[in-house]
Design a protein around this ligand. Sequence first.
Ligand SMILES: NC(=O)c1ccc[n+]([C@@H]2O[C@H](COP(=O)([O-])OP(=O)(O)OC[C@H]3O[C@@H](n4cnc5c(N)ncnc54)[C@H](O)[C@@H]3O)[C@@H](O)[C@H]2O)c1
Length: 291
Amino acid sequence: MAIKTVGVIGAGQMGNGIAHVIALGGYDVLLNDIDQDKVKTALATINGNLSRQAASGKISEEDKDKALSRIKAAADYDALGDADLVIEAAVEDETVKRSIFTGLCGSLKPEAMVATNTSSISITRLAASTDRPEKFIGMHFMNPVPVMELVEMIRGIATEDVTFTEAKEFVSALGKTIAVSEDFPGFMVNRILLPMINEAIYTLYEGVGNVRSIDTAMRLGARHPMGPLQLADFIGLDTCLSIMQVLFEGLADSKYRPCPLLVKYVEAGWLGRKTNRGFYDYGGDEPVPTR
Ligand SMILES: NC(=O)c1ccc[n+]([C@@H]2O[C@H](COP(=O)([O-])OP(=O)(O)OC[C@H]3O[C@@H](n4cnc5c(N)ncnc54)[C@H](O)[C@@H]3O)[C@@H](O)[C@H]2O)c1
């Protein structure tokens, strides 16, 4: 099946990046969010990010204008009826994702594929909440989507070969590199990355170091481009906590227990960059450590 139109559900930091690269790849994009303001903000963010790419010569002004003209807001699931593929990128919460799939499927063409950008949740379980588990895949883009080369691809137990092949061709056509993971909690990237971030938060919690020293240690001592606490803020602390909970419950091993300090930050609504406060305060010109 030729993919021409792609629906994206969830217009947060991942949804706007996914819409951006797909539109730049020449596909029509229908962008949906439960909160219409998020779609407006996402369109403004995509405009800003495409403009930056054009200003630095990575794309032409014409590419930018064409990409922008290809993205349309979709107020509800019926507006996604023309989509050949829908990519779900809403919050990392299994109940929310399942209710999206249950509500969505009746509005789709029978041949449409459905993908999730989940960071950690079972593809097989999410597929079971659709009417088409054979046409369902995990398509895990990395943040920020326009910059990061990798897409982790995961098939559920019912995913048909033809679906997986077509999905991989689509992702390759976006210029991304694919790493195939089995359907285990956190897949590959977050199975490895999140326990490290959680350990950095324990290191802070136990007073081994402060925010700045932990991030400096890992940037200069392990050559990480970003410190783990800076990265946690970038990912979103709510997403980090959800992934740790999925690892903890799914792998039933106490080594994955979320750090209580991470839980507290999320309870406080300090979710990182997206709320202007996490392990750093982003209210001023420069991020200021909060501990
Ligand atoms: N943040 C990262 O670094 C990262 C990387 C890879 C994958 N992911 C995954 O991508 C997904 C989105 O993460 P994000 O960082 O963009 O989160 P975000 O908080 O920036 O955005 C989530 C969006 O989902 C919307 N939403 C909530 N319920 C919805 C519903 N029922 N229908 C439609 N939209 C709904 C919210 O309004 C919000 O705009 C999560 O599954 C996350 O695990 C995140």
